[in-house]
Design a protein around this ligand. Structure first.
Ligand code: MUC
Ligand code: MG
Length: 409
């Protein structure tokens, strides 16, 4: 009997000729435009793990995975992602049928437990290559986009209320963002609430405000503070308590009208199923890396849909490649009631692509070119890669591509 592994490793004729020749994982360190202060860390730079997957037909696919503050957000960080790819996934998949994404990822799933971030980057690269091969955008490979542009919020996280207010006012005036997420959970919880109140009052009732506590509160602190956040008309409270306290999340979701969103508590479809069964979240934050790829993200979304839970397109603060990969998946979700936070490229001073994503009228525009629709800038890759050794590399970065190609109407 022929199995998936037969298909992926090429013992079953499939009518296609492209094989995976090599997979490179490259760490790239990019400065952020300002300090990004979260409950568990303050980011001054972001590390991308860029995947270059080369195929025997000459096509190259791109993928990306990031973490937030190294290992501060969760157990998968960029160095571990690269190691997993270099030591396990790249040798395993060398020679596999590059045109059969499902078979290749099933093979990866059998050989490597967990490591969803590395798998997401590999699956992204396979889909990019297959889209280029077939002349189709990645969202078409996922069954088609149900939206052409994705609403994008901005995270206010400078660590200073006055600076956050000025930043928000400028972004509203530029028509770049009109929903803001506040990163709280660091320091005194009562001061966190005062900070939210000051920003809410300055921006007025028409501007939606969400908060992300990144697991920092215990349940009694959360109960006390969410009551006050609800009185301030905050629109959404994200991951207020540790991800492991699902019963606590369920109690908060039952107690408050303000929706409670699971982020760290949900990786893929299995978590979605458990959270739905336990009534532990009103909203799910989808992220391609947490789920282990674009297809698994759609399966997670399907569980949310089936349970009547609202969906949100989350980010691991990816650069352009990872954010656009996420955009293709989120564009294919039938329901995306809470929009997205795919602003990662805008937080970076520079990136390793030729043209950065287009943000216009509060939305990220979905690319339609074959594959992801993002091209690598190899000069920038050489400049920013952590292992750069060549003396020939310029001391200054190549001219930065604009963070926003198009603003306003
Ligand atoms: C998170 O926890 O949601 C998303 C936006 C941001 O600023 O950080 C991320 C991580
Ligand atoms: Mg979060």
């Amino acid at each position: 009997m022929q199995t998936c592994s037969d298909r992926a490793s090429g013992t079953m004729p499939s009518g296609h000729t492209a094989r995976i020749e090599s997979i490179d994982a490259i760490l790239v360190d990019l400065p952020t435009i300002r300090a990004h202060k979260l409950a568990m860390t303050t980011m001054m730079r972001q590390t991308l793990c860029i995947v270059r997957l080369r195929c025997s037909d000459g096509i190259e696919g791109l993928g990306e995975a990031t973490s937030i503050g190294g290992l501060a957000y969760g157990p998968q960080g960029p160095e571990g992602i690269k190691l997993t790819i270099d030591a396990y996934l790249a040798p395993l998949l060398a020679g596999a049928d590059a045109t059969n994404v499902n078979a290749a990822m099933a093979m990866a799933g059998r050989a490597v437990q967990g490591h969803s971030f590395a798998k997401s980057a590999i699956e992204t690269a396979l889909l990019d290559a297959q889209g280029k091969r077939l002349g189709l955008p990645v969202h078409a490979l996922l069954g088609g986009a149900v939206r052409e542009e994705l609403p994008v919020l901005w995270t206010l996280a400078s660590g200073d209320s006055a600076r956050d207010i000025a930043e928000a006012q400028q972004l509203i005036a530029e028509r770049r963002h009109r929903v803001f997420k506040l990163k709280i959970g660091s320091g005194d919880p009562d001061r966190n609430v005062l900070h939210v109140g000051a920003i809410k009052q300055a921006l007025g009732p028409d501007i939606r405000i969400t908060v992300d506590v990144n697991q920092a509160w215990d349940e009694s602190t959360a109960t006390r503070c969410i009551a006050r956040l609800q009185d301030l008309s905050v629109d959404l409270v994200e991951q207020p308590i540790p991800r492991t306290n699902r019963m606590g999340l369920a109690r908060l979701a039952a107690r408050f009208d303000v929706p409670i969103m699971a982020d760290e508590a949900i990786d893929g479809p299995e978590d979605a199923f458990d959270l739905a069964r336990e009534g532990a979240a009103d909203v799910f934050a989808l992220k391609i890396s947490k789920a282990g790829g674009l297809f698994a993200t759609l399966r997670t979304a399907a569980v949310g849909d089936a349970a009547g839970i609202s969906l949100y397109g989350g980010t691991m603060l990816e650069g352009s490649i990872g954010s656009i990969a996420s955009a293709h998946a989120f564009a294919a979700c039938p329901q995306l009631r809470w929009g997205t936070e795919l602003f990662g490229p805008l937080l970076l001073q520079d990136d390793v692509v030729q043209a950065r994503p287009v943000y216009r009228d509060f939305c990220l525009q979905l690319p339609h070119a074959p594959g992801l629709g993002v091209d690598l800038d190899t000069d920038k890759l050489d400049f920013y890669r952590r292992d750069r050794t060549s003396v020939a590399v310029a001391a200054a970065p190549p001219a930065a591509t604009a963070a926003t190609e198009t603003q306003g109407a």
